[in-house]
Ligand binder design. Structure first.
Ligand code: FAD
Ligand code: S2G
Ligand code: ZN
Length: 476
């Protein structure tokens, strides 16, 4: 049957039968097989509450072996499966479109420091990012990844979406820090690529296929991550910047003066900050049209202080900022970050969020927000821009009380065409998921997408893993 909402046709997968539930309950203990509609609700709706599926069964394996048994069975029976971590994804990739079985990693939470490299953690996919990071504190280590969803997202979901976050500028992305991973393929085969070597050129580096594959090529079950030493000195500054040109100059001076200790360079506009104030009652202690939020990670506070003072003095002398706060006091730093990290939550409170996550060259970066503002009707509540300035990654967001198709047509495909003209990317870090699969060609040429589809066909010939996601019109 065709789903009215998204004009997509259900694939010819089997429908769940009682005998399947009997098998799953035999394999897992019965309370790790959910079938009660009340229990199923939170697994069927995405974090943004914009995509809803109708899964009749959630499975909660604890081990790779159980995941393998589940996939072997589902592949034989042609039952579709959506792997789910913390369900914080923002492109509709983590929830069923129809009645796919949800395979949740929430009980796969074991981790250990690798025997042959004390800086490498081997973690099961269901480890919640913040919990894993806190546990590594005692080893003076940190997970080289930080994003607003850290309290609920799973490390397996982070790897599967190649999550970026606020520190990519310093720690790069997971293609660099994930040294190896284990995954279960659609037919139950266990792909063991759990290497902990910093260098290993013995054959194709297949781990990269799974990083960012959004649950379409395999279920990531364990990851080996090269962790970073926890910094001994951290500073955070929030700067009031009058216009985008000055903001770019602030970023250039930061790179010159802070160099290797700069760990984050974010920006927010006054509309996003006003949205946080209106909906969450949180606001920065300074007012501005644009804000820069910078962080440093170092090992020697005297050395870092000298660099940071040099940076601040230069941006003040050059008249690039009108106000600012600098602190290394943990609770004050947390307060400054809270505004930035909770913007998604503030926007969601306003109703329906039209959410965009694009890579753009600086010359066309903030202009698109101003251009869009003129294109949008008065029914729009917020039209704002914020994001990872240091990565050329803009988060453009619009909200209306309810979903309004006329607003959507004022944004899409205009924004995607603009991005393509700038040789940018229509998805900088959130992935493609369900909601952006029909726009993939704005960033990938047909031969590229064809190779993606052939890879999918090789690893999942029945197309049961996360169907309707990432690849436009993929037919198994
Ligand atoms: P889910 O949402 O459960 O799943 C995401 C995708 O991965 C789905 O396609 C799912 O099928 C697949 N998947 C999940 N687990 C597995 C697995 N074990 N094996 C195979 N496939 C799997 N993202 C960023 O990149 N940067 C940010 O700064 C950022 N900030 C955010 C802030 C907020 C407040 C929120 C709500 C989200 C934010 N996100 C951000 C998006 C989201 O948190 C990330 O995409 C995150 O990596 C998803 O992890 P998860 O465990 O919630 O995965
Ligand atoms: C961020 C996620 C939230 C959003 O805050 O950096 O990646 O609103 C985003 O896009
Ligand atoms: Zn982001």
């Amino acid at each position: 049957y065709t789903s009215k909402r998204y004009s997509v046709k259900r694939g010819d997968f089997s429908c769940l039968e009682d005998r399947d539930i009997v098998f799953f309950k035999h394999l897992l203990d019965k309370n790790r097989v959910l079938t009660d509609p009340f229990d199923l609700e939170k697994y069927n709706v995405d974090w943004l509450k914009t995509v809803r599926g109708k899964s009749a069964c959630v499975l909660k394996p604890r081990t790779t072996k159980e995941v393998s048994e589940i996939m072997r069975y589902c592949n034989e029976k042609k039952l579709a499966v959506v792997p789910q971590g913390g369900n914080t994804g923002l492109v509709g990739g983590s929830v069923p479109v129809f009645d796919e079985i949800v395979l949740s990693t929430e009980l796969m939470t074991r981790f250990r420091i690798s025997e042959n490299n004390p800086a490498v953690v081997i973690a099961q996919a269901g480890c919640v990012l913040e919990k894993l990071d806190t546990a590594l504190n005692q080893h003076n280590l940190m997970v080289p990844l930080d994003l607003g969803a850290k309290g609920s997202c799973h490390i397996g979901g982070n790897v599967s979406t190649n999550a970026g976050g606020v520190r990519v500028l310093r720690y790069r992305n997971l293609h660099g820090s994930v040294l190896g991973l284990e995954a279960v393929l659609a037919d139950g085969t266990i792909f063991n690529g759990l290497s902990t070597n910093l260098k290993d050129n013995s054959g194709y580096d297949l781990r990269h296929l799974f990083i960012g594959s959004e649950g379409t090529l395999g279920v990531v079950t364990r990851v080996a991550i090269l962790c970073s030493l926890r910094p001994k000195s951290v500073t955070t500054c929030l700067l009031a910047v009058p216009d985008f040109e000055s903001l770019l100059k602030v970023f250039v001076v930061a790179k010159q003066r802070l160099g290797e200790i700069m760990s984050a360079c974010e920006f927010m506009d006054s509309d996003s900050v006003a949205c946080a104030k209106r909906n969450l009652g949180i606001e920065p202690p300074i007012q501005s049209r644009l804000y820069a939020l910078l962080e440093t990670h170092g090992m020697d506070s005297n050395h870092d202080e000298e660099k940071v003072d040099g940076f601040i003095n230069q941006v003040m002398k050059e008249g690039l900022i009108t106000d600012g706060i600098l602190t290394s006091e943990p609770s004050k730093m947390k307060k400054l970050w809270e505004i930035r990290e909770r913007l998604a939550e503030a926007l969601r409170k306003e109703g329906y969020t039209y959410k965009y996550d694009v890579s753009l060259p600086f010359a066309s970066f903030y202009k698109i927000v101003e251009v869009m503002r003129k294109r949008l009707p008065k029914t729009v509540i917020t039209c704002c821009g914020y994001g990872h300035l240091g990565d050329n990654n803009l988060h453009f967001n619009v909200t209306t009380k309810e979903f309004d198709p006329t607003v959507l047509t004022r944004i899409e495909p205009f924004l995607y065409e603009y991005t393509k003209r700038c040789f940018g990317s229509i998805s900088a870090e959130h992935g493609i998921g369900f909601k952006k699969r029909n726009y993939l060609y704005y960033s990938k040429n047909p031969a590229f997408v064809h190779m993606m589809a052939e890879t999918k066909r090789t690893l999942d010939p029945n197309g049961i893993l996360n169907p309707y996601k990432v690849l436009p019109d993929f037919e198994a």
